[in-house]
Design a protein. Structure first.
Length: 320
């Protein structure tokens, strides 16, 4: 049985570390595959199982692969696969849920702390000689804020949102959350589920942890940004398409909000004309919140389990 991995480089493991998967069939690894249907079809020809992180599996691709029986997504989100077409062709689609909760929560906290403590800005200042030249034993380039004095608003309250809430609560922040289906409120002091507009108006830190849907696409628009406090910061480690990037850049540049911590953008890799590249007080990382080494190991372990379960006739983590 042929198993093809289309973009193995995205999870940065040597071929030997794919041992559990290769034990289940004839494994062929491609570090990178361009987003071109003819190339994808050529590489997947004859494969029963295709594993992909971000290489799209369209209806056209599915129609050209008669031997394909399973698509395994090396991620939680599965919008890169035409699920409807897969169902129609009897192709199972399996994802990897829950592998990155700790990694994303940690990265979210790192972005929050950078925007409240400004570590990088002060580091650069020291290495530019400002401390050597200072008349005083200390100085600060930006106001340092304590989370214990702040309200953190979480948009989305699944596993990652809850973990972020738990972490910032431990640092003294009050936590509020908005979700479509509020249930199981945690016993954190001051916690409350709130309506969306109330969250944007009240929170000092707003962190996005909701899925991308037609209802949430570009939900952070000019109107929402005007609701936010002038000293509030926005964190996005979820999906870039949740944010109207031009509106966010304008809000940052005119001082409408204090800052943003962004790990995802609407088109990835980021384009040179993305307006956030020129925005003030915008901290950006290249979609790495999910990518802690232990998280990537979990991803590979769950992927191997998905493939094994499918081969044994009892698919798990099936989304189609």
């Amino acid at each position: 049985m042929k198993i093809v991995v289309l973009d193995a480089e995205t999870i940065r493991f040597e071929e030997a570390e794919w041992g559990e998967v290769s034990a289940l069939g004839d494994l062929e690894l491609f570090d990178y595959t361009p987003d071109e249907a003819p190339v994808i079809v050529e590489r997947c020809a004859g494969a029963a199982i295709v594993l992909t992180n971000k290489v799209p599996i369209s209806a056209e691709v599915l129609g050209a692969l008669p031997d394909l029986r399973m698509v395994g997504i090396l991620a939680t989100g599965y919008n890169i696969v035409d699920v409807k077409a897969a169902k129609e062709r009897g192709v199972a689609v399996c994802n990897v849920p829950g592998y990155s909760t700790e990694s994303v929560a940690q990265h979210t906290l790192a972005l929050i702390l950078e925007l409240t403590n400004h570590v990088a800005r002060h580091h650069a200042s020291v290495y530019n000689g400002e401390w050597v030249k200072s008349r005083h034993f200390c100085y600060w380039k930006s106001e340092i804020r304590e989370l214990a004095d702040m309200t953190v608003g979480l948009v989305g309250f699944g596993d990652i949102g809850r973990r972020v809430g738990e972490v910032v609560c431990a640092l003294g922040a009050r936590v509020i959350a908005h979700t479509r289906t509020p249930k199981g409120p945690p016993a954190w002091k001051g916690f409350a589920f709130v309506e969306r507009d109330a969250l944007f108006a009240e929170a000092d830190v707003i962190s996005l942890h909701c899925p991308l849907t037609p209802e949430t696409e570009r939900m952070i628009d000019a109107g929402v940004l005007k609701m936010m406090k002038q000293d509030a910061v926005l964190i996005n480690t979820a999906r870039g398409q949740l944010v109207d990037e031009a509106a966010l850049a304008q809000a940052l540049n005119r001082g409408g909000i204090a800052g943003a911590g962004i790990d995802v953008v609407s088109v990835e890799p980021m384009r040179a004309d993305n307006p956030l590249l020129d925005a003030r007080n915008c901290i950006m990382t290249p979609h790495i919140a999910w990518a802690g080494r232990r998280a990537r190991k979990r991803l590979l372990e769950i992927t191997a389990r998905n493939v094994r379960s499918f081969v044994e006739g009892s698919p798990v983590n099936r989304v189609a």
